[in-house]
Design a binder for this molecule. Sequence first.
Ligand code: FAD
Length: 818
Amino acid sequence: MKIAIIGGVAGGASAAARTRRLDEKAEITIYEKGEYVSFANCGLPYHIGGVIPKRESLLVMTPRRFRERFNVNVETMTEVVAIDRKAKKIKVKNMASGETSEKEYDKLILSPGSLPFKPPIPGADDSDVMTLWTMPDMDRIKAVVDSGIKSAVVIGGGFIGVEVAENLAFRGIDVELVEMLPNILPQFDKEMATPLHREMERNGVKLHLDNGVTEIARTRHEGDTHEKGGMALKLKNGDSIETDLVIMAVGVRPNVQLAKDAGLDIGHTGAIKVDSHMRTNDPDVYAVGDAIEVENRAIGGEARIPLAGPANKQGRIAADNICGLDNEYKGSLGTSICKVFELSAASVGANERTLKDRGIEYLKTYLHPANHATYYPGADHLNVKVLFTKEGKILGAQIVGGDGADKRIDVLATAMRLDVDIRKLAELELSYAPPFGSAKDPVNFVGFVAENILSGKTTPVSPDEIPHDAFLLDIREKAEVEAGMIPNATHIPMGEIRSRLDELPKKREIIVYCKVGIRGYNVERILKANGFKARNMTGGISTWNLFFPPDEKNAETPIKAAKTAVPMENKKTEDGKLEELDASGMCCPGPIVAVKEKLAAMSPGATLRVKATDGGFPKDIAPWCTATGNDLLSMETKKGATTALIRKGAPLQVDARNPDPVSKSTTIVLFSNDLDKSMAAFIIATGFASLGHKVSIFFTFWGLNVLRKENPPSVSKDFLSAMFGMMMPRGAKKLALSKMHMMGMGTAMMKHVMNSKNVDSLPKLIEQAQQIGIDFIACEMAMNVMGITKEELIDGVEIAGVANFAALSEKSGTTLFV
Ligand code: FAD
């Protein structure tokens, strides 16, 4: 049997080797138009960066070795230019001599791969706009890099673009990456790419996201070397970039011209159509790899999945079927992983964007587990997102984080391939020792959480789904919230929840959050058991920070400035005092709490050196120091252990929970009990609250009457207080207009007009104000003077002294007296 294979790299080489193992007699020939067969194209970026120093390491197999080991004939520099299916012949062209000849075949395997795409923008076809696809491409780029260029622009943030950018940065080049989408690595949802963007920027790669190149022009003169002149790029947003090197990595197209010309069926994705046996519409012609379309195993339909794993397996399956076995390819999940400096970005199946586009219903959960026992040095956290159906089918997963992302995505991919119900992940027995994992692996946790969701024990909500009128409840410890809270959230630590239930609204939906979602789930259960409408923010504030990344610039400034000022190894600090704290092995919030306690016992100006292994510590400590008025002098993380040098500052006067206290806080003093003035006060308060302000109303003297219950419980009072009580209006319904009351007629008319014009009544305005989180504070002194007791006031009112009002007012951007 004569077997001809077109393309000698991933799919083609795999098909050739398998065919030989199954059929010793077959005449196997690989036709490869390039100079090399079976080279490691996945390793090309790393040779440019010097990570793989030897070029030969990329040549996995040579034509000679193929011949010696497998008795496979390899014709390199030979392009197949036509297929005559009727005659079962192919026309081949010698790339060196240009000569053509015909070769017969019994079975033909196409593995021609794909071609890098160059978009139709002016200048894109300039020979100096490079792509990375083959060994010669790599040699050319490397030669330019070796010539000593200073800058490069990578167009496209797919995995090849990201790998190229990383490796150019390793070479000390200033790299900018332009991506049309809002995030790099399009297999990820935008929020999951947040840590990746941070990591690229942390390593000096400037990102231009949601942008595109509209024009490329050569500014280099003929004969100039790359360092001398350059290329000029114009971006969609009007920016322009001058650079020494441009690499285009905007995607690939299946290489199908030969198949098309031969009359083979092309699917609607633009790739060659094959059946599950890798057969085209011609039973003697098989096709594999990047050039074909496959079944999307996660969500059905056809997909193009240009990855090396599928290409290799398909090559093997084509060989099996040609040699008389019956082997089927059962679709691709698109399992992939990419290194982004210190982070790994792994994904499988569909992302949320695709599910939305395809109208597929899904549930989602976020987890932020540690990659291994947190008490073992070097623990880092993983950001995990899993999408699944209400029946328990896993649709896709994304993991971004440190070591161990690969292991978890592979377990999830295995589960998806074997159609394992997501709840069954809880049962998996996975390897564990402290340096590698935890007794309950992150994958087990995915199973636990999914079971809780699917059985209705928890109703998760993700930050992009929070209703605008929800009550946000932060249940983390005090020291944790000092590093920042979600705007307008109320803080009640988990340990105080049961005793402070009366501070929570019964009618509004309460969204509980903690650091990663575990404590939040416990509080959600407590609240539900007490009749509240509660949901847990999936993944806690760690997920929130993926959607709404905190501005780290402020936090980073002192770190950078101090790096030179106070080197880590320098034991002597300004005042000569250096305290030590070893928080290794503690997990969040342990290290921050320990730092807070330690600093509390130190005097201002003294310095603390703290060591922590918790993965969240380096991210939390900078904003915590900023918020608490301490100086983070320097910080470095080596092999998972972070050492931070903190100088204790003077006590901070502002509320650390509110990072922008002056402009985002409003206080209203309600002194009057006139209906019109009270209504104006509540309408203004609601307006400020809806703008995101933290609003407090301080009720004093006559204003206290607004808060009085219509039918209060009987309370014992002295004679004067009882008299006062009888003479004053009892509650919002009893208030009168400040003007034109006219024995009650004017007030009644006003209420009628308000009703007919759909203006809310005062009781309704009060209820609304409470629902949107406006704080009601009753003046203790005025209550004493007027003989009003707490029991007579509506629920949810805090009683406080004037000092409390003064503190609120001091922080407020606006203070009104009504
Ligand atoms: P290829 O391996 O591309 O082989 C096709 C061959 O066919 C080519 O050598 C071509 O010269 C030859 N050919 C085409 N037409 C003809 C013709 N008419 N006559 C003769 N020969 C012809 N995938 C991953 O899974 N993980 C990675 O980390 C990864 N990294 C990558 C990094 C880079 C820089 C690149 C370029 C690719 C990477 N890939 C990665 C993708 C992976 O390499 C491809 O999916 C895989 O090689 C596809 O295999 P294939 O056999 O279909 O095509």
